[in-house]
Write a new protein. Structure first.
Length: 57
């Protein structure tokens, strides 16, 4: 279960991407989370997924 707060979500997602997953797609596939929903919530605080860095920046 991901945090509701967008800043906490950013922290958790970037940690998971850095330490455990090669891509956002891999994370979503493994956890069953909705990529579009994650991207929408983080875009709300002006963060967008950078595939090259495999992080939200």
């Amino acid at each position: 279960m991901l945090p509701k707060d967008a800043v906490m979500l950013l922290s958790v997602i970037n940690l998971k991407l850095r330490d455990f997953y090669p891509s956002l797609d891999a994370f979503c596939e493994d956890t069953g989370e909705d990529r579009g929903e994650i991207e929408k919530r983080l875009a709300g605080i002006d963060y967008h997924y950078d595939a090259e860095k495999n992080q939200f920046v």
